[in-house]
Design a protein around this ligand. Structure first.
Ligand code: ACM
Length: 505
């Protein structure tokens, strides 16, 4: 069965669907053709079958994609935007949805129900009826391309891998002390100087605006929204090294290739810095069709507290003026004057420490919502096991697959329930991660856990939260999913908690 677990799946005892030589993909409704083309590409890769796509009523044995009001999962017609129905019988495979996104997620379920490799056998799928829709609108993964740079082709490969789990947002951490990765035409030295380095002298690099637009379009075709982040006022050594005038003493610091945090800051109340912030936000907003623009705001240990508040309020207003909704790490909740609706991203522990809960609640009080990324469960840079070479251990204990699964976003910050939660996100920081293969090993299978938490129905209220989640059932479904990762060449950690099947080939 499928990851994330569908809301409702009823198997029936009819005959299976068998893909005949005459089978086609019959499409109806706006967006169905695009979804069908992506499905066709998957079938061609997995089963060596290239199906015709026809804008005609279906015949016996066809795969059908229908997008129309009322085709979603809700009997009363109140179709959730991303919901879908999937019916598999001897007669047909039929995906129905009210939106292209819903149909696309239906295709991802179908992919998981199809054998990962057909090996010359006729493709056979057991009969089932699925009604499915997400718990949260935002299911995210974050890739830190600042500590180590990943090329556009690598980011596309990453997008291909996350959509199988119905992850619909990719947060790109585009700037940090060690690198500036997005071309800003009005400040060219950001990439010329700031883009040339990475942690430990890593390869450096950046996205031109054309490359970034192409990435955004590639993601959008797959119903993924890119959320760009410019981290400020801290985590800004790459910018400060590029423009001496942004520094209080007018002297540019050397590029930084270490992994300390908290030592850099932009100035508050400085005219050149204000112009810089506005120019960067304006150009980035122009490149971003999505609603959200992330301003960072974390770990500003060198910014005087009053300056921090004034800085982030001003920057967030610039985001609003550019037509976007600001997002900030939860520390930004220290500022009382953020624009209404600003979204917070919570990254403290599943049991909040210090002022983290209070800062997170400030976003809710301001009419915004929260993205939940508790670092002791959802951070993918943390080691799987003590002693791992790859990964970091600053949360104090490893993040096993079980740990990444046994929590719930509505049980982290007291007073914050589903209505205040935009969704969940699993960030990958890349201080120790230098290749896309290592990215995948850190991300999979743990992203499957966070994706299921974001999509599948909330668990029962049982205490403790561990008891509310059925890890054994999840692990069995992850084992099946691994055959699809193997077929696609996606790397993953074969954690000891899962009874992995033998690898084929
Ligand atoms: C963070 O991990 N500094 C957001």
């Amino acid at each position: 069965m499928v990851v994330p677990r569908p809301v409702r799946a009823e198997s029936s005892d009819g005959s299976p669907f068998v893909l005949s030589p005459a089978a086609r993909i019959s499409v109806a409704g706006p967006g169905a053709d695009g979804v069908a083309r992506l499905l066709r590409a998957e079938l061609a890769a997995d089963c060596d079958r290239v199906l015709a796509i026809v804008d005609e009523p279906p015949a016996y044995g066809d795969i059908i994609v229908v997008i129309a009001p009322g085709e979603g999962p809700h009997a009363d017609g109140s179709d959730s935007d991303e919901g879908y129905t999937l019916e598999i019988s001897a007669e047909s495979v039929r995906i129905g949805a009210a939106t292209g996104a819903g149909a696309f997620w239906g295709v991802q379920t179908l992919r998981q129900l199809i054998p990962a490799a057909c090996d010359g056998n006729p493709l056979t799928i057991e009969p089932v009826r699925i009604h499915d829709h997400p718990r949260f609108a935002y299911r995210g993964a974050m890739l830190d391309v600042a500590r180590h740079f990943f090329t556009p082709a690598e980011v596309k490969r990453f997008i291909d891998a996350i959509v199988l789990l119905k992850v619909n947002h990719l947060h790109l951490h585009l700037t940090d002390d060690q690198g500036w990765r997005i071309q800003i035409e009005s400040w060219p030295d950001l990439t010329r100087v700031g883009g040339s380095t990475g942690v430990d002298g890593g390869r450096g690099g950046f996205y031109t605006q054309d490359e970034f637009r192409d990435l955004v379009a590639y993601a959008a075709e797959r119903h993924v929204t890119i959320v760009p982040e410019i981290d400020m006022p801290g985590h800004t050594n790459a910018a400060l090294a590029s423009y001496p005038g942004l520094n209080a003493d007018g002297v540019a610091p050397a590029p930084y290739t270490g992994t300390e945090v908290g030592f850099s800051t932009l100035q508050t109340g400085d005219a050149l810095t204000e112009r810089f912030v506005r120019d960067v936000i304006r150009e980035l907003a122009d490149l971003t069709p999505g609603r959200l623009l992330h301003l960072g705001g974390d770990e500003c240990l060198s910014t005087p507290p009053a300056d921090f508040v004034a800085f982030v309020e001003d920057a967030a207003r610039a985001v609003t003026a550019a037509g976007k909704t600001p997002v900030g790490w939860h520390e930004m909740g220290r500022a009382a004057g953020l624009p209404a609706g600003t979204v917070g991203q919570y990254w403290d522990f599943t049991t909040p420490r210090g002022h983290a809960a209070e800062h997170a609640l400030a976003f809710v009080r301001g009419g915004g919502s929260l993205i939940m990324s508790p670092s002791d469960a959802a951070y993918l840079d943390i080691v799987y096991e003590e002693g791992d070479e790859l990964g970091q251990d600053w949360t104090g204990s490893p993040t096993t697959l079980r740990r990444s699964f046994e929590w719930d976003p509505a049980r982290v910050v007291p007073g914050v329930g589903d209505a205040h939660i935009l969704g969940v996100e699993a960030p990958l920081w890349t201080e120790t991660v230098t290749s896309i293969e290592d990215v995948e090993v850190m991300v999979f299978p743990r992203l499957a856990a966070v994706a299921e938490i974001g999509w599948s129905t909330a668990p029962a209220d049982t205490e403790p939260v561990e008891a509310a989640r059925d890890f054994a059932d999840f692990a069995e479904r992850v084992a099946e999913l691994s055959e699809h990762w193997d077929a696609a060449g996606t790397r993953y950690r074969r954690v000891p908690e899962v009874g992995w099947p033998e690898k084929v080939g």
